[in-house]
Design a protein around this ligand. Structure first.
Ligand code: C2O
Length: 353
C-alpha cells in the first residue's frame, strides 16, 4: 500500500536529532484550518511561464540580490506570523517533520530518506519552496539556483552563499568554516578531509559522478532506492545518488563536531536542521537535476512505474498558504511542473574509471 500523506499524525515532541535526543522545538506544520479529510489534491496552475533554474556559480549580482531579498521576506514572515507556512523556519521544519520521526504512518515512524521516496519528496518540497519565494518578490518566473557540484566550476561552496556582509540571508554561520571560499569540495566526504591538488580533487569528483550516475545506477531501484510502502518499515535502502554525493555534500557543508557550538553537524549535516541553511535548497536542486539527467542516459534508466510508488502522497502548503495533497505520480516530469534547468555540460560522462 502506498505511503499516505501524514496530515494528522504530527507529534510535537516526537522528532529526534538522533536516537534519544529530542529536537528542542516542534517540527510540526502550522495547524490546519480545515478538516484534514477536506485537503484537496493539488492541480498545476495553467498558463504559467517555465521557470529556469540557473547554476548558482553562473548567476549575476542582480539575481543574488533577488534571491537574498526573497529569503529576507521569508524570514520576516517567521516574525510577523509564526504560523505562516511560508516562513523560512516553517519551510525548514518540513524537512525535520518528514525526516526526524515527527510523523507516524501505519504505526511506524515516517522517514522519506533511505528509500524510493527520496527523489519525489524533495522535488515536491522544492517546488513549493520555489513558488513561495517567487510570490514573495512578485516574480512568477523565479527559479531556484542549483549547486552545480557535478561540474568543476561548481565544486565549491557557491559564492552567493558565502558573503555574510552582502547577502546575509543567504549565509549561514553554522557551517564548516574550513570549507568556505575557494576550497574544492570532496563529493565523497564522510568527515575526513582528503589532501590533494585542486585538479586531483576535481578529477576524483568527476570519476565519482560517473560511478554513481552510470556504473552504480543501471536500473530504477539502484538509482532511486528500495520500495517503501506501509507494509515495509522505514529505511528499506537508499539509492546510489542519495548515498553519494548527496550525503557527503551535507556533511561537507555542516559544522564539524563541536564547531560553532554544534554537536550534530548543524545545520546541513543533520536532517532536522538542514533546511535552515539556504544552501540546502540549491544542493537539492542539483540532486533533482541528476534525476532529469539520469533518465537521458539510456538502458533501463526510466521512472519507477509501480502503483505503490506512484500513489504515495505528501502534504504541503502552497504560496497562498493553502494545504494540498500531492502524489508522486504528478512529479515525474519537471517540465510539466513548470520548471527546467539552465543547461550545463556534464563532463563526468567522460570519466569512466
Ligand atoms: Cu532530505 Cu538532503 O536531505
Amino acid at each position: 500500500t502506498p505511503i499516505p500523506a501524514p496530515t494528522t499524525s504530527c507529534s510535537k515532541t516526537g522528532a529526534t536529532i538522533k536516537p534519544g535526543l529530542p529536537v528542542p522545538y516542534s517540527c510540526c506544520p502550522p495547524p490546519l484550518k480545515i478538516d484534514p479529510k477536506d485537503i484537496p489534491h493539488y492541480t498545476f496552475p495553467t498558463g504559467s511561464k517555465l521557470r529556469i533554474r540557473p547554476a548558482s556559480h553562473a548567476v549575476d549580482e542582480e539575481y543574488m540580490a533577488k534571491y537574498n531579498l526573497a529569503i529576507t521576506k521569508m524570514k520576516e514572515l517567521d516574525v510577523t506570523d509564526p504560523d505562516d507556512p511560508r516562513g523560512f523556519a516553517a519551510q525548514a521544519k518540513i524537512h525535520c517533520a518528514y525526516c526526524n520521526g515527527a510523523y507516524t504512518v501505519a504505526g511506524k515512524e515516517l522517514q522519506i530518506h533511505f528509500s524510493w521516496l527520496f527523489f519525489p519528496f524533495h522535488r515536491w518540497y522544492l517546488y513549493f519552496y520555489e513558488r513561495i519565494l517567487g510570490s514573495l518578490i512578485n516574480d512568477p518566473t523565479f527559479g531556484l539556483p542549483y549547486w552545480n557540484w557535478d561540474h568543476p566550476k561548481g565544486m565549491r561552496l557557491p559564492h552567493m552563499f558565502d558573503q555574510p556582509n552582502v547577502y546575509p540571508d543567504l549565509y549561514d554561520p553554522r557551517r564548516n568554516q574550513e570549507h568556505r571560499g575557494s576550497v574544492i569540495m570532496d563529493l565523497g566526504h564522510f568527515g575526513q578531509d582528503v589532501k590533494g591538488t585542486d585538479l586531483q580533487m576535481m578529477r576524483n569528483n568527476l570519476t565519482l559522478m560517473y560511478r554513481q550516475m552510470i556504473t552504480n545506477s543501471p536500473c530504477p531501484q539502484l538509482f532511486f532506492g528500495k520500495p517503501y510502502c506501509t507494509e515495509v518499515g522505514p529505511k528499506p535502502g537508499q539509492g546510489a545518488i542519495e548515498n553519494i554525493p548527496h550525503t557527503p555534500v551535507h556533511i561537507w557543508v555542516g559544522s564539524k563536531p563541536n564547531e560553532n557550538n554544534c554537536k550534530n553537524g548543524e545545520d546541513m549535516g543533520n536532517f532536522y536542521s538542514a533546511g535552515k541553511d539556504p544552501a540546502f535548497y540549491s544542493h537539492h536542486a542539483n540532486v533533482d537535476r541528476m534525476w532529469t539527467i539520469w533518465k537521458t542516459l539510456g538502458g533501463k534508466r526510466k521512472d519507477i512505474n509501480k502503483p505503490d510508488y506512484l500513489n504515495s502522497e505528501f502534504f504541503f502548503y502552497d504560496e497562498k498558504k493553502n494545504p494540498f495533497l500531492v502524489k508522486v505520480r504528478d512529479c515525474l516530469d519537471n517540465k510539466k511542473m513548470g520548471y527546467d534547468f539552465q543547461a550545463m555540460p556534464t563532463p563526468w560522462r567522460n570519466f569512466k574509471p
